[in-house]
Design a protein around this ligand. Structure first.
Ligand code: PLP
Length: 394
């Protein structure tokens, strides 16, 4: 006997994982330099040298300090270090007790969803969106309500979000810089959204939370500022991860911030601790907690991604592809050359181009190209993209 719903979830094909697995097999078959793998958001730049040094230092500590259990919500010193960094960057006054350390943004989000909602509630997501949102929302017994981003620029469609709020809405998930489209939401739009959420709270008599999913916060281009969402809307919880900013996706370390301005903040924090417990996400990796204590302020190396973005965007645009110029994160959103994005991605695969169809992200007719790759992959792929275009143009 097993749980049918979990069985179905485990068997459900994930286009991204499948493509990644195909890529590994294909590279072994024909050589890794002949396969242009844009499938995953696995950072190509190494973690900062300071991370390596911190790991070496920590390894010299008594073994229990390195490998032992920590408090469920994380080491006070690590939470204190993070709070200090946030306070300096955003002119805030958070303390260690406002933070709950997690195994990455995936844990941060699934904990927050479980902590805030009751079965039957709704969460609004902006499509296209990170596919796991739906899994976490539905696992909490809630409905995932998709509101499309604006068609012309993939920014927030605030009136449409406002129109989707009901008496069952527990929260809205915003992800900026965005995976998969690369947009960064400007302050004005977030303020307009905040006004709508406040009005909805008055109307429905329940708190509506904004979950700011921010693993790409530091990865932005052209000097753009990513607005600090809690300073715009008081009922904001921040779900953060060091997976992308410090290139540590396999290490599973991140946090949830519950700012004191959140309604009933201490109760929400207690619910987060409860959800962490119920989901088994207690005591994030101890070694990594100590690394973050030392490296929370390490800058992200955005330059390599900026160069990749420019090369890919310029190259594909010149070939005639319609692309959304990314403002942040490391994904390029490109219009498929036929209506069926899955069919298009399959034809791209025949040219050794591994790109993800937009259907995975709740949208039709586009593909996502992850450019957190070595620059040679982008340079080498251009002739394949040219052949693909030529094939469609007949
Ligand atoms: N949210 C978004 C938008 C992501 O792109 C990702 C990972 O790619 C996650 C959450 C999960 O991040 P983590 O690997 O830190 O769990």
């Amino acid at each position: 006997m097993y749980n049918q719903r979990m069985h179905a979830l485990g068997n459900e094909p994930s286009a991204i994982r499948e493509l990644f697995a195909y890529g590994l097999a294909r590279k072994a078959e024909i050589g890794s330099d002949k396969v242009f793998d844009f499938s995953l958001g696995n950072p190509s730049i190494p973690a900062p040298a300071a991370v390596g040094r911190a790991i070496a230092d920590i390894a010299e500590l008594p073994p229990q300090d390195v490998h032992g259990y920590t408090p469920a919500q994380g080491l006070p010193a690590a939470r204190d270090a993070i709070a200090r960094v946030l306070n300096r960057r955003h002119a805030t006054s958070y303390g260690p007790d406002d933070l709950y350390l997690t195994c990455g943004a995936a844990a941060s989000l699934s904990i927050c969803i479980a902590a805030l909602a009751n079965p039957g509630d709704e969460f609004i997501v902006i499509s296209p969106y990170f596919p796991e949102y739906r899994v976490w929302i539905e696992h909490a017994g809630c409905s995932c309500i998709e509101v499309p981003a604006r068609a012309d620029d993939f920014q927030l469609d605030v009136p449409a979000i406002a129109g989707a709020i009901t008496g069952r809405t527990a929260g809205v998930i915003v992800n900026s810089p965005n995976n998969p489209v690369g947009s960064v939401y400007p302050k004005g739009d977030l303020e307009a959204l905040a006004d709508e959420l406040r009005m909805a709270q008055k109307r429905t008599g329940r708190d509506v939370y904004l979950l700011a999913d921010e693993p790409y916060r530091e990865i932005v281009y052209d000097g753009l500022e990513v607005p600090w969402v809690p300073s715009i809307y008081e009922n904001t919880l921040v779900c953060y991860s060091y997976s992308k900013s410090l290139s540590l996706p396999g290490e599973r370390i991140g946090y949830i911030l519950v700012p004191p301005a959140v309604a009933c903040a201490r109760d929400v924090y207690a619910a987060i601790a409860g959800a962490g417990r119920a989901l088994g996400f207690v005591c994030a990796p101890a070694l990594l907690q100590r690394v973050i204590e030392r490296c929370a302020d390490e800058p992200s190396d955005v330059e390599a991604y900026r160069k990749n973005r420019n090369a890919l965007y310029a190259g594909l645009t010149a070939l005639g592809y319609e692309c959304v110029e990314p403002q942040g994160a490391f994904y390029l959103w490109v219009r498929a050359l036929e209506d069926d994005a899955e069919a298009f991605a399959l034809r791209a695969r025949a040219h050794e181009l591994l790109i993800v169809p937009s259907d995975s992200f709740g949208a039709k007719g586009w593909v996502r190209i992850g450019y957190c790759v070595a620059p040679e992959v982008i340079a080498g792929s251009m002739s394949a993209f040219a052949e693909l275009m030529a094939e469609y143009r007949g």
